[in-house]
Design a protein around this ligand. Structure first.
Ligand code: HEM
Length: 454
């Protein structure tokens, strides 16, 4: 290798080497590093070697060109592994991951996902009915709570054919606890999770609750021995899936982990996106007006179907732009399995490479007026020439989100269904909602809006 440069390092004169600054405000800490050093730098919270990369070329190098040299044995995934275990999201055993992904991928193609479109619009109609009766008098609605319940009903109806209205609340609370405890632990990973502090005990209880939620459905379905048919849900499909290479299915423990990963992967991300969509629309009447024109023209008041997606182009651009501004899975990480070079810098084996799409999606070289909410930037003309790895709401390379088509279908259909007859407006004097950097990027305090009929 030629002589390589050492990565610039973020230092703080607060006596903690940056740990306290990272703990206090992770986004401010990284923003400071980017301002000082540009697109690549290192830092060492509590001695953990981290490298932030923020250029599409560097990211393509890590996720695609050298994707097999960067695995998921990174700190972030070690932190979330007690929850996600052997499921796809945090799995670092490449052989097991490849087998699982091979078996599961056919159930998440756009065509496979089209079978769940009715679940998405039916459940949205049901939410609207509830919203009208509970908030039709002008009372403010906790949008984050409400779209969270909706997202969970959609994924659970698609997974289990189940109506989870009642039990969903326990899962939502358990997930919120895990997100908060692990988010804090990521910013300051001490003491270890095995130490039974009050918050680590809360995490244990939250994991048990999420497990109980999933295993109730899995055990019942195994006992029922339901065959695959026309109206089959994801659980039955996964239960009957056989690997094309070894001819076997997945064992029940693995199935449990995958189902939990799907619930978690699908729930919080879509909840956050829908909360931000409605918040951003309430703040941008000019965007909302174009949205209403489109849904009126395409749908004329009827419920959208999967086939309408190709005509709901502006609706989809609103979703894309929301995922740029407030990318819910805003950070992911890889572990360098061997020494590498990026842009002339030495990246030592063992480094945790952090990709943070909050900053990537605001990179001034690729995004004009990055702080502005402007869906038009996702039109064909403006998108042309933008590097693929400048926009990563669903990650990239072989670990790209398996639920990407499910999510985009759901987000676009929910938005079109709501916008057809309703608006969510800002109550007078409502404060600005800011993002909170937990394991996911959450609207701090939730989004609160008023429901109006159009
Ligand atoms: C707006 C919605 C969503 C966003 C922003 C999102 C984001 C992401 C991202 C960034 C990754 C890659 C992480 C990495 O490379 O380290 C990922 C992976 C994953 N997501 Fe999603 N996701 C969303 C919805 C969903 C849905 C609806 C499902 C399931 C139905 C899902 C299931 C998964 C799974 C299982 C993985 C792991 C894939 C693998 O490694 O093979 N996600 N997601």
């Amino acid at each position: 290798m030629p002589q390589l440069k050492e990565l610039p390092s973020v230092t703080f004169n607060d006596g903690s080497g940056g740990v306290l600054a990272f703990k206090r405000d992770q986004l401010a800490f990284l923003s400071h590093g980017l301002e000082r050093h540009g697109d690549i730098f290192r830092f060492r919270p509590l001695g953990i070697p981290m490298v932030l990369v923020n250029h599409p070329d560097h990211i393509r190098h890590i996720l695609v060109d050298k994707g097999d040299k960067y695995d998921k044995n990174a700190t972030l995934f070690k932190i979330v592994r007690p929850v996600l275990r052997k499921g796809l999201i945090a799995n670092a055993d490449m052989e097991l991951w490849r087998r699982q992904r091979r078996m599961m991928a056919p159930h998440f193609t756009p065509k496979a996902v089209s079978a769940f479109a009715r679940n998405m619009t039916d459940e949205t109609a049901r939410s609207l009915e509830h919203w009208r009766s509970a908030y039709g008098d002008g009372r403010t609605m906790d949008v984050t709570d409400e779209v969270g319940a909706l997202a969970l009903r959609i994924v659970n109806r698609s997974l289990f054919s189940a109506d989870v209205n009642e039990t969903a609340l326990a899962f939502e609370r358990a997930f919120a606890t895990a997100n908060t405890v692990l988010g804090a632990f990521f910013r300051f990973p001490f003491p270890p999770l095995s130490v039974p502090t009050p918050s680590h005990r809360r995490l244990r209880r939250a994991i048990d609750e999420m497990d109980a939620f999933v295993s109730g459905f899995v055990k019942k379905r195994v006992a029922e021995d339901v065959p695959v048919g026309d109206e089959t849900d994801l659980l039955t499909l996964l239960l009957h899936t056989v690997d094309e290479v070894d001819g076997h299915g997945m064992d029940l423990e693995q199935l449990h982990h995958e189902v939990l990963n799907i619930c978690i992967g699908a729930y919080e991300t879509t909840t956050n996106t829908l909360s931000w969509v409605f918040y951003l629309l309430a703040r941008h009447p000019e965007v909302e007006k174009r949205l209403h024109e489109e849904v009126d023209r395409v749908l004329g008041g009827r419920t959208p179907a999967f086939e309408d997606l190709r005509d709901l182009t502006y609706t989809r651009m609103i979703v894309d732009e929301t995922l740029r501004v407030y990318s819910p899975a805003y950070q992911f990480m890889r572990h360098a399995t061997e020494d590498d070079e990026i842009d002339g810098y030495r990246v030592p084996a063992g480094s945790n490479v952090l990709i943070n799409s909050y900053f990537l999606h605001r990179h001034p070289d690729f995004w004009d007026e990055p702080e502005r909410f402007r869906p038009e930037r996702f039109g064909p003309q403006e998108s042309a020439g933008r590097p693929k790895h400048a926009y990563l709401p669903f990650g990239g390379g072989h670990r790209v989100c398996i639920g990407k088509h499910f999510a985009l279908t759901e987000l676009t259909l929910v938005l079109a269904t709501v916008a057809s007859g309703h608006r969510l407006v800002l109550p007078e004097g409502a404060p600005e909602v800011v993002p909170e950097a937990l394991i996911t990027l959450h609207p701090k305090g939730g989004v609160h809006l008023r429901l109006e009929r159009r």
